[in-house]
Design a protein around this ligand. Structure first.
Ligand SMILES: Cc1ncc(COP(=O)(O)O)c(C=O)c1O
Length: 353
């Protein structure tokens, strides 16, 4: 008889790395506030979605729904696809991911590198097309197992029982607000429920891209905060205890992500920047003593080919060109043996602060 993941030491290696992420204080001196940030980007595949993959696949295997020969099939903007590919590989299952062609190249490569099959669909960034495709494929082939991240109540329950409880224990005092974006809504709904149960006065805020603030009654439009607000209000968010929403522009999200890289040394993605912008706004309204919590959802490496890295990449190219030109000038105009300190001067002026 085939051993299940809970008995399989190969699967256990990666499964044991998921969750129990650290919570760190981010001190914003200029703004005079501190935000508590849970480092979900430290999960082994680099995002909060590892939790969903672990929980749903272990549950399906335990119930006998995920059996040898099954193919895990999911529509994902990337992070869930990567997480399912990673856990699926370790548990010994084939994985097929349906992904919008607008998702970043890095995500596609990681999914393929983990041995999964990737099917790209063109939908102008909207998810519904991929969800319908996965349903049609599953109806025709019984080998497909659908985690159904957008409808699966385990997505909420798991965050309620793991991420939310971890936050409560790590903070260790009353929480005034929890602020987070939503894709499926699982993280926001699950953490929100756990925090409200423990601290009923805590306020739960949904971060929404300003270009697409659906909860604020606005229409879908394009934004650059990958992983959140995919053009509809997800079903899992319907009974979430949400007290308000905070709109964040894509440009603000990217600027904050770069601040997190360059002022805090935290290499996180655009949505983490957006979460922190929203959390800062709530903190500034709540006063300096308030305890405000958010999540850093995924890693910066996932965004090399996106606008998040554009300024940085251009800055480095300019810097490298200037360095070599300056070196050429120096070596031709100065006697050899004289200190060559041009390189550090150019780097200081060409690189962002
Ligand atoms: C990169 C990323 N992945 C996932 C999520 C949240 O996922 P979900 O709402 O599906 O739990 C977020 C939310 O902010 C996110 O930024």
């Amino acid at each position: 008889m085939r051993e299940t993941a809970s008995e399989n030491p190969r699967a256990q290696a990666v499964l044991s790395l998921i969750g129990r992420t650290p919570l760190v204080p981010l001190r914003f001196s200029r703004e005079g506030v501190t935000i508590l940030a849970k480092c979900e980007f430290l999960n082994p595949s680099g995002s909060v979605k590892d939790r969903l993959a672990k929980c749903v696949l272990l549950d399906a295997e335990a119930r006998g729904e995920l059996k040898p020969g099954a193919i895990i099939l999911e529509c994902s903007s990337g992070n869930t696809g990567i997480a399912l590919s990673m856990v699926g590989a370790a548990m010994g299952y084939r994985v097929t991911i349906l992904m919008s062609s607008s998702a970043s190249e890095e995500r596609r490569r990681l999914i393929r590198q983990l041995g999964a099959e990737l099917i790209l669909f063109d939908s102008g960034g909207m998810y519904q097309t991929g969800i319908e495709m996965s349903r049609e494929m599953a109806a025709k082939d019984p080998r497909y197992f659908l985690p159904r991240q957008f409808e699966n109540s385990l997505n909420v329950t798991d965050h309620e029982q793991t991420t939310g409880i971890e936050i409560i224990e790590q903070v260790g005092r009353p929480i005034d607000a929890f602020v987070h974006g939503y894709g499926t809504g699982g993280t926001l709904a699950g953490c929100g429920k756990a925090i409200k149960r423990r601290w009923p006065k805590a306020r739960i805020y949904a971060m929404e891209p300003a270009e697409q603030a659906l909860l604020a009654g606005e229409c879908p439009c394009c934004h650059f905060i990958e992983g959140v607000a995919d053009g509809f209000i997800p079903p899992l968010l319907r009974d979430a205890p949400i007290d308000g929403d905070v709109k964040v522009r894509s440009a603000e999200a990217m600027a904050m992500a770069r601040r997190l890289h360059q002022e805090f040394g935290l290499l996180v993605g655009t949505s983490s920047g957006a979460n922190v912008v929203a959390a800062l706004r709530v903190a500034q309204e709540s006063g300096p003593e308030a305890t405000i919590v958010t999540l850093l959802s995924d890693r910066a490496e996932r965004y090399f080919s996106t606008a998040l890295f554009e300024t940085e990449a251009q800055g480095k190219e300019v810097s490298a060109t200037q360095i070599s030109r300056a070196d050429e000038t120096k070596s031709s105009s100065k006697p050899s043996g004289e200190p060559q300190n041009v390189q550090s001067d150019v780097r200081t002026s060409a690189l962002p602060n």
